[in-house]
Design a protein. Structure first.
Length: 266
């Protein structure tokens, strides 16, 4: 029987993690859910994050035979994992900023994340544990999250605006940790803004390996292109004026049409 994997984010940035997991486990069944009614999560309080995330994921786990939950959102992962793990009897995997691998290759590191992630004590504990002698500069941006979402539905990224956002790091970092699952979709533009020599690191591949390990799956041909047997399902928490563009994005990744279940109705 195929494994059922639920991937959750505030928006569609978690599709970067989905792509890495799909590469490792091409024959799994995928459910993608995003809480667009509360997007972006980087602006919410911890209590609201916990309430919304727990409610949506619990309802979907009661609707589908989910084998594992992936919180494909750095902001949510820093606060909701304990509550979810207490409530669910299946594995819950979160996304951790890739500070450790970055510190192995550089001591001039930039952590690019949401405003909430760069303020969390969890983030500072990661830096203290894995990069104690590195110069780690933190930059939190909600606008970058929005730019990534826009790019994914066909809107061009304004490189001038991006350069302005990243200007504090010009010639000051050589390695950037993409501490938000939206940001891998901006890799090319970030390199244009800061130079191609910048090394960009994200957690997607590590998360995929962890999911595969927890499911005890052999991957059905690890990383090999395979015939697609299952169409994924995708759910949002509110209607969107961008539904047509979103459906196009999800269709290209072999998902069905967007289903809006509402919050807190479902």
């Amino acid at each position: 029987m195929p494994k059922h994997i639920l991937i959750f984010d505030s928006g569609i940035g978690g599709l970067s993690v989905y792509k890495d997991i799909k590469y490792q486990l091409p024959l799994a069944k995928y459910i993608y859910a995003f809480d667009n009614a509360a997007f972006p999560y980087g602006e919410l309080t911890e209590s609201v994050l916990i309430e919304r995330t727990t409610h949506i994921i619990s309802k979907l786990c009661s609707k589908f035979p989910i084998d594992i939950v992936v919180i494909a959102c750095n902001t949510a992962s820093t606060v909701v994992l304990p509550s979810l793990r207490d409530k669910l009897d299946i594995p819950v995997v979160g996304v951790v900023p890739a500070i450790k691998p970055a510190a192995l290759v550089s001591n001039k590191i930039g952590l690019l994340a949401t405003p909430a992630t760069v303020k969390r004590s969890y983030t500072y504990d990661l830096i203290k544990s894995f990069a104690p002698i590195s110069d780690v500069q933190l930059l939190g941006s909600t606008r970058l999250v929005e730019m990534a979402e826009e790019k994914m539905i066909g809107i061009d990224v304004d490189i001038t605006e991006l350069k302005e956002i990243l200007s504090p790091w010009q010639n000051k970092v050589d390695t950037i940790v993409l501490g938000c699952t939206h940001f891998p979709f901006l890799k090319n533009e970030i390199k244009k803004a800061l130079g191609n020599k910048i090394l960009l690191i994200d957690s997607g591949e590590a998360i995929a390996r962890r999911v595969k390990q927890l499911l005890n799956e052999n991957g059905n041909g690890d990383g090999v292109e395979s015939a697609v047997l299952f169409e994924g399902e995708v759910f949002c928490s509110a209607p969107s004026i961008k539904e047509e563009a979103l459906n196009h994005t999800f269709k290209e990744l072999n998902f069905s049409s967007l289903q809006c279940l509402g919050y807190p109705k479902f």
